[in-house]
Design a protein around this ligand. Structure first.
Ligand SMILES: Nc1ncnc2c1ncn2[C@@H]1O[C@H](COP(=O)(O)O)[C@@H](OP(=O)(O)O)[C@H]1O
Ligand SMILES: [Mg+2]
Length: 286
């Protein structure tokens, strides 16, 4: 018997994020913060990525010894059996390594629990702010800040504040996008939204922060047509679903994880309000 997502969404999980976040923060402040080496795919790997990976690996094993771990930094031999894992942690110990090196501060720790290909728990931790965003689909989403020996959890919803998200009180659309990727398809989406729904405000940020913004009601859509991997998306999907949103593949279905030979994520639309007919119309255009 393994613990369910609500039991695993514990203060112990948040404490673990905090410990890994502190290790990242201390590397960020160190004189060696600009050091990196290139991985096989030519993406950068810093001391902070590996410090966080080691802490999370050890901590998640302690928290749920029976659940295997797929981390961005796991060596291939550690995850060779992954397709046979029904339940697993999908972890990005430092999402936004280029943002870390570029000193924008826009990086996160992403931890998802995936059960039969669906994300059932997700946490995005912001090391500089020391805030965790936690989502359990079907249960809710919370912004969590440490207080005393524990955590204060404030419920969040895509319908919150700002007039964006599901509230839709402001004319036009807020589109969230990566700082580092541009492509024609994204430009076509923006043109479509301008024609169908009024002025588009584009808001760029690094890493999984875009999911946090959607969950907090600070954006309407995050279209992703540039490459990323399952560990960049799974925890964000759990957070967003818990907050009332969705992450849809171009077939209109929620993304699934650990289901294919590749770990690259399919293109997707992450949306604050899945009931809005605009997204079906957009998907039909793509
Ligand atoms: N060519 C590529 N292939 C796979 N993933 C890529 C990629 N280029 C960028 N990414 C992913 O995009 C993430 C950054 O997202 P964004 O562009 O929204 O800030 C990176 O996270 P990491 O920093 O964890 O590697 C990386 O995983
Ligand atoms: Mg990473």
């Amino acid at each position: 018997m393994t613990a369910g997502p609500i039991a695993l969404a514990s203060d112990a999980l948040l404490d673990l994020c905090s410990a890994a976040g502190d290790a990242i923060f201390s590397e960020y402040r160190s004189s060696r913060a600009d050091e990196f080496r290139a991985k096989a795919d030519d993406s950068p790997l810093t001391r902070a990525d590996m410090a966080s990976h080691r802490i999370l690996l050890e901590g998640l094993r302690r928290l749920a010894p029976e659940v295997p771990i797929l981390s961005e930094e796991s060596p291939p031999e550690a995850v060779v059996d992954r397709r046979s894992w029904e339940r697993l942690w999908v972890v990005d110990p430092l999402d936004g390594t280029k943002e870390f090196l570029g000193r924008t501060g826009e990086f996160t720790i992403n931890i998802a629990l995936v059960d039969r290909q669906r994300p059932v728990l997700g946490v995005l931790y912001l090391p500089l702010e020391r805030v965790a965003w936690l989502g359990v689909p079907g249960e809710g989403a919370w912004c969590c800040v440490p207080e005393g020996d524990g955590w204060v959890r404030r419920p969040v919803s895509t319908a919150d504040q700002g007039g964006h998200g599901a509230a839709g009180a402001v004319d036009g659309i807020v589109v969230l996008a990566s700082r580092r990727h541009r492509n024609d398809r994204l430009e076509r989406v923006i043109a479509f939204l301008e024609a169908e729904a009024g002025p588009v405000q584009r808001c760029n940020s690094g890493s999984a922060l875009k999911f946090v913004q959607l969950a907090a009601g600070q954006g309407d859509v995050y279209p992703r047509f540039s490459p990323c991997s399952e560990w960049d998306v799974a925890a964000g999907q759990a957070l967003l679903e818990g907050a009332g949103g969705a992450v849809l593949g171009l077939d209109g279905q929620p993304l699934r994880y650990n289901a294919r030979a590749t770990l690259l994520s399919p293109h997707f639309l992450a949306v604050a309000d899945p009931a809005r007919p605009l997204w079906r119309a957009l998907l039909a255009e793509l």
